[in-house]
Design a protein around this ligand. Structure first.
Ligand SMILES: [Zn+2]
Length: 164
């Protein structure tokens, strides 16, 4: 992959540095959109898609009929992959999972809801016989490591071929 460095690994969801109140949401959303425009092909989800595709796996995207609408769905393997932004999904111990200083309560509540939703989605998926993998945004910058992780989650490609 092209030289993806630390700067590129910044959370796409945009972080509210300044400003207070609901305006923050708009700002965050705006900068997320900007980030999307700027680096579409380097977005974490795109990196994961490319890696899975390069490994020869076929997948569907964002199946809304599954808990949490997983980003990548491998129906014949009954496996899914979520690509989580470190900021919004609160990657534990990650340097990108910062907490805004202003409106801390507002954000805390938002983050807790996100985490609850994520946990529930994983539980429901497992209960329904799916095998989920969460890949964090900050874990997508090294293409080799990413590819190996995806491969180990999905198993050997031959298996995939056999299952159609
Ligand atoms: Zn992270």
């Amino acid at each position: 992959m092209d030289g993806i460095g630390a700067a590129d690994g910044l959370p796409l969801a945009g972080r509210p540095w300044h400003s207070d109140g609901m305006d923050i949401v708009d700002k965050a959303r705006r900068s997320a959109m900007m980030a999307g425009i700027r680096g579409k092909d380097t977005k974490p989800e795109m990196r994961v898609r490319q890696a899975a595709h390069a490994l020869g796996f076929r997948f569907r995207l964002h199946r809304r009929d599954l808990p949490g609408s997983p980003d990548l769905v491998f129906p014949s393997l009954r496996k899914v992959i979520f690509v989580h932004g470190c900021y919004w999904h609160r990657h534990a111990g990650c340097r990108y999972a910062t907490t805004p200083k202003s409106n801390a309560d507002f954000w805390q509540e938002k983050f807790v809801k996100n985490q609850d939703r994520d946990r529930r989605a994983l539980t429901d998926l497992v209960a329904a016989g799916w095998d989920p993998l969460v890949i964090w945004e900050c874990e997508t910058s090294d293409a080799k490591v990413l590819s190996a992780r995806i491969a180990s989650h999905l198993g050997p490609r031959e298996e995939n071929d056999l299952q159609g």
